[in-house]
Every structure is written in structure tokens, then in C-alpha cells.
Design a protein around this ligand. Structure first.
Ligand SMILES: C[S@@+](CC[C@H](N)C(=O)[O-])C[C@H]1O[C@@H](n2cnc3c(N)ncnc32)[C@H](O)[C@@H]1O
Length: 355
């Protein structure tokens, strides 16, 4: 998967002043203008393959039962789904979701009666499964964020590497684009988005520069314009990183309501999992990972009563989840062959039999 290119920096990189470098010039190789490319060049840009992250680890974590029912909440290009199918028996079942129509179209090539692919946000998981008569499953996988094809297809507007319409929606059939958001937001709201979702220390000056440009009659409609405004404003950024990385990440998370989607979905996974069923979540930045970690912890340690509260241990709420192992990160060789994997973290939990 991907996400890494425009993804969040680590905590260490956030706090490391030494690691940042002073801007010496404007962006040198300015974004490729998509409208200036010929059709072959456009196609080349759009066909970046998706390399599945933590493929073996995530599918192993699900401890697949051949007759089980599994959910892949983030089909992407089907790397995890195909591996799950390869481990299911003839009467096993896999139901996959993706909110991106291009991902769903790519999955039409999988001709397998055990497999169904649904165009939907994963936050509708429980409802969609209930409509299909599925009330319990043996495992759920979420491989969060965006896929390489989403980033690499210039016209999707996720990347500062190309100059293209500023869209950023995973589901292009609905919702507000990043350009539409910028056209109507306030400076304060924009600064909050950039700070909260991008952990960008220059959030305020960036927001001010964007809104000034907009209010001067220059609508911000392309990734190139946005990247240039940020580059003109940010004076310190990590070496090797584009100054617009955090701003693009922030807008993407906001436009797609990524953290809300995750928070709405984890309790549904808990409701759906059969005793012994597994939840496996791959996050790509600390904001997501924090939500996953906290959710598992809250279900695992349901003893948040004051220390001397007069109640017997046996009367405390019993855990509905137990962690399976420690957080798993890609090894050096995976990161070397797929740099976009570098920020991935896999967390796994198992449903107990407590109702
Ligand atoms: C990292 S990719 C998954 C890659 C996949 N595991 C593979 O091996 O090909 C994430 C995918 O999840 C989808 N996605 C992200 N958030 C979603 C949500 N809330 N609901 C449904 N799909 C979502 C994205 O559109 C993208 O296709």
C-alpha cells in the first residue's frame, strides 16, 4: 500500500529541530503540469502499482479459519484480499469494501464465488453486512490510508508532485473537494485542520497565505498552486521532504474524514467479531495509530475505576479484546523495496467471549 509518500512524519521527526533544514530556494522541480502531458505520459503516471504492505504479517494475524467469514475493509488493489482468499476453504467467505470506485472496478477481475466487493465507506460495515444477513465474522482487516494508484494518478489531486485539480476525495462520487473546502473555509478553520491533521508547526502562516491568495481573487484550484504557496511560506522542513507534505496530508485526512471513519468503525468490528475473531489494523501515521491503540487498550483494560473503589476484581467489566503480540512494523528489506511502507504499524487484537 502506500501511503507513505505524502504521509505523516514520525513523532521523532516532528520534534527534531536538528532534522529540519532551512529553505534555501523555491521548489526546484516544480510539479509536472498534467494538462501538458501527452496521453502516454498521463497513463504512465496513472499506473503506479500498489505494493501491499505487511502482506504476510497482516494475513497471518487474522489466523484464517478455512470455513470462516472475513472482511477486508480497504480492498485497494486486493493484495490482502487475494491472500486471504488463498487461505480460505471452499465454503469460506470474504467481503471487501472500498469507497473508491477505481478500486472497486479493479476488483471486478476477481472471479470467485466466495468473494464480494462493496463500494462503500467501511464505517457502514455493520449495516451493509446486516443487509447481506451477515451478523458475525471471524476477522476484519483495515489497511488504512490511500493506495499507490490514488497517489500516483495525478488527476486525483493527492500529490504535490504533479500540477492537477485539487480534488483529494477517495470517493469521487460525493463530497467536497479540497479546492471547494479552501474556497469557503475561514483562516482559523484552515489553520486548525493543517495543525491537527498535519502536525504542521507553520499551520497559521500557511493558512494565512492561502486565504490571502484566495481573497486577492486567485482561487486555489490546483495542487501546484497549493504546493507553491506552502513552499513560499514554510521556512523549515525535514531534509528530503517536500515542504507541502504535512499540509497535503492534513487536507486529505480532513476531506476524507479519515479519523472519524476509523473511530466509527472500530466499535462495529468489536460488535461483529465472533469469540476468537481477529481485528488487524495497519496505520500509517501516529494520529490513526493512536486511535487504534487506545481503542484496543480501552477494551482490554476495563478497570478504569479509582484504585480503592470497593469492588471485587471479578465484578469489574471483563475485557472484550485482548492484544495479540506487540505492534508490528515492516522490516528493513520491506522498507527498502517499498519506501511507502516505512511508517506502517500493524496492531492485532482478538475478541474474547465476553458479551
Ligand atoms: C492502503 S489501501 C489498501 C491496499 C490493499 N490492502 C491492497 O493490498 O491492495 C487503502 C484503501 O482503502 C480505501 N479506504 C480508505 N478509507 C476508507 C474508508 N473509510 N472506507 C472504505 N475504503 C476506504 C482507499 O480508497 C484505498 O483504496
Amino acid at each position: 500500500m502506500i501511503k507513505g509518500v505524502d504521509s505523516a512524519p514520525t513523532k521523532a521527526s516532528l520534534s527534531s529541530k536538528k532534522a529540519s533544514c532551512k529553505k534555501t530556494a523555491k521548489l526546484e522541480k516544480y510539479p509536472l503540469k498534467v494538462s501538458a502531458l501527452n496521453s502516454h505520459q498521463k497513463e504512465v503516471l496513472s499506473v503506479g502499482p500498489h505494493i501491499t504492505v505487511l502482506l504476510d504479517e497482516a494475513v497471518h494475524a487474522l489466523a484464517i479459519k478455512p470455513h470462516g467469514v472475513y472482511v477486508d475493509g480497504t480492498f485497494g488493489r486486493g493484495g490482502h484480499s487475494k491472500k486471504i482468499l488463498s487461505q480460505l476453504g471452499v465454503d469460506g467467505r470474504l467481503i471487501a469494501f472500498d469507497r473508491d470506485l477505481a478500486a472497486v472496478e479493479s476488483g471486478q477481475s476477481i472471479k470467485d464465488t466466495r468473494f464480494q466487493l462493496i463500494h462503500s465507506h467501511f464505517s457502514k460495515m455493520q449495516e451493509r453486512l446486516a443487509e447481506m444477513g451477515v451478523l458475525q465474522v471471524d476477522g476484519v482487516l483495515l489497511d488504512l490510508g490511500i493506495s499507490s494508484p490514488q497517489i500516483d494518478e495525478a488527476g486525483r489531486g493527492f500529490s504535490f508532485r504533479y500540477d492537477a485539480p485539487l480534488d483529494m476525495r477517495m470517493d469521487q462520487s460525493r463530497g467536497q473537494t479540497a479546492a471547494e473546502f479552501i474556497a469557503q473555509t475561514t483562516e482559523q478553520q484552515l489553520a486548525e485542520v493543517i495543525k491537527n491533521y498535519g502536525e504542521e508547526r507553520f499551520a497559521k502562516p500557511i493558512a494565512r497565505a492561502i486565504i490571502t491568495e484566495r481573497n486577492d481573487g486567485r482561487a486555489i484550484t490546483t495542487t501546484g498552486q497549493l504546493a507553491q504557496i506552502v513552499a513560499n511560506t514554510v521556512t523549515r522542513f525535514e531534509p528530503g521532504q517536500n515542504p507541502a507534505t504535512r499540509t497535503f496530508q492534513a487536507l486529505r485526512i480532513f476531506i476524507n474524514q479519515e479519523l472519524e471513519e476509523l473511530s466509527l468503525t472500530l466499535p462495529q468490528c468489536l460488535n461483529l467479531l465472533a469469540p476468537g475473531g481477529r481485528l488487524a489494523v495497519i496505520s500509517f501515521h501516529s494520529l490513526e495509530d493512536r486511535i487504534v491503540k487506545q481503542f484496543i487498550r480501552n477494551q482490554e483494560h476495563r478497570d478504569d475505576l479509582p484504585a480503592n473503589f470497593p469492588v471485587r476484581a471479578a465484578d469489574l467489566p471483563q475485557p472484550k479484546l485482548k492484544s495479540v503480540g506487540k505492534a508490528i512494523k515492516p522490516g528493513l528489506s520491506e522498507v527498502k523495496s517499498n519506501p511507502r511502507a516505512r511508517s506502517a504499524v500493524l496492531r492485532v487484537a482478538e475478541r474474547t467471549s465476553i458479551l
